[in-house]
Every structure is written in C-alpha cells, then in structure tokens.
Design a protein around this ligand. Sequence first.
Ligand SMILES: [Mn+2]
Length: 357
Amino acid sequence: MNERCESIRRRLAEDRCEAFFSLSPAANQYLTGFTGTTSAVVITAKEALFLCDFRYTEQAGEQVRDFEVVEITGTMETRVGEHLKALGVDCAVFDGTALTVWQADTVGKAFEGELCSVADIVSRQRQVKDADEIARVRAAAELADEVIMEVAGGLREGMTEREAAARIEFAFKARGAAGASFDTIALFGARSSLPHGMPGDKRLEKGDIVLIDCGCRRDGYCSDLTRTFAFDTIPGAWFEEIYAVTLTAQEAALEALRPGMLCREADAIARNLIRDAGYGAHFGHGLGHGVGIEIHEAPRLNVESDTVIEEGMVVTVEPGIYLPGRGGVRIEDLVVITRDGCAILSRTPKQLKVLSG
Ligand SMILES: [Mn+2]
C-alpha cells in the first residue's frame, strides 16, 4: 500500500470529492517514485493510475510502485479527462498551483464533470519529510559542501563568474549528482549585491567579494547552500560589518527554529536583528524556503507565512544584506526541523574566509 496515495484518498473523502489528478512532475515523483518529466496521476477511492507515453514506459515499469501504468498516445491532458470520465467520476480535484489554465481546460473538455482547484493537496503533504527523504537531502547537502569548498579553493585571479559556476556544476555531475538543483549563482565584487544575479563575464580580482549559491539534485532530492568569501583581501570594514551582522542573524534564527513556531516568527528573528543593525532596507527577501523534490517548495519562511513549523520539515535559513553598487553577503544553511530544534545539514564553515589568490 502506498501511504502517500492513501493520504490523498483520505483527503478526497474529507472533501467529499471522488478523484484527484496531477500533471506535476514533482507531485508525481512524490506519489509514485517516477522521475521523468511527462506523466499524469489519477487517484480515486479504488483506482490509482499512472499515465505516461512510449518514451517512459520502461522507466515507469522500474520506478512506479502501487499504480497501474497506462501507456497513452496523443495529448496527456485529454487522456486524463477521458480516464476520469470512464471511471464514472463527477468531481475531480487538482492542485491549482501546479496546473496551467490551458491544462485544466483541456482536461475539463474531455472529462465533462466538475473540476475543483485545491491549492495545497500534495504540497502540504510534501512539507514534512520522512526518514528516507531526509537521508536523500542530507546526501545532496554533503555534496554541496564538498563542491563549494573545492571550487572556492581553486578560484584564481582572472577567472570569470561563468567559469566558477560551470566548475561547480561539473563537479556535481562528476561526483554522481543528476546535476545542479538550480542555475548556480557565482558573483564577484560589487555584483554580489544582486540577490539572484546571473553569473557573467566579470573576472575575479584581488579584494573582490565572492558569493556562491549552489546546490545539486541527487537521488531525486535537492540541496541549497550559500557562502560569501573575500578573495585575497577583505574589501573593507563595511564588508566585515555586514558579514558579521548577517552571520549573527543567521545563527540566531538557527538557534530559535523549532516546531510550533510560525514561519513568520522565524523570519522575524533574523529580520529584526538586521533591522536593528541599520540594514533593514537591504534584506528584501524571505529568510528561507522548503527544499525537497523541488528547490523551492513549501513552507516559505517569510514575513507573512502563518504556517506552523513541524518536525521533519526541511528548510533553508539564508538572511542576506545587499548594498547596491558595493556588494552583498548571504549565508545559507539547509536544516531539518527536529523534535525540539533543528539539525543543520550544511557543514561548510561560516567564519569569514579569505580565499588565497
Ligand atoms: Mn535558497
């Protein structure tokens, strides 16, 4: 019996709905184990169907457990609607955050029954990880630790941001990851003030800040890690100050994180410290986010989230201070919430490190 599928069935019973369907690769991986990019899942009280096309039939045979694998041809959305109709369903729910309007319309045209969008039907379940999922995230986090130190230690004057990012992504694959869990961020000098800047042609110079935000996907699960370094020389007292404030805020949030706390309360711990140090306007993003099958998933640690933190959630803690035109600092760890606190999965040291040039 597939417990994740049974949980969907319990939710269907509570909501008095007869069927759930999904075309989301992340939700389908969670429910079935399938890691391909195109598939559909249909769940009713009695049926559990997994739909894929010819390209994936063999893979589905190896990966998919507890679902009846159905090979389809043509438009997946139309086939899903036809299956719902053939199952005699009147009402079907889907996760509205994971389906486009076109997809819903196309399913609906073939189905002819009632479709109902429910925002969090799978994503809420996915927030709390089981031991197997935590082990996979931990393994992905270990690889990020290895790779960031190896590549940061190998940076040389004149190397471009793009090359640094490419070295990280190569190292992930060479060490057995499926690849990066998102496009690697490697920013030098003043460009480190761009919280999600794209690596470009900027060449590394002595006295530059080096901000690296990277992670990999390994066995279907993601990691996420950010460190900020100085190259050869510390750029100035201002940088040491924003580094110290960011680190204090990050460690205070880690110290406080525990089950029962609201996500916005966790965010406020770091945010208040940064604001009190005079940099409130320069920390414009949330404290962190859930990590699992997707690099950004529920819960969100931000100023407005009322989600209660629970044991087994895996989240990032990543405050930053960004001074336009000068440079920025972000320090990010990946953590798992434990019974009475959190366990930090990221092992890369956080004291300000000056990379040798
Ligand atoms: Mn992150």
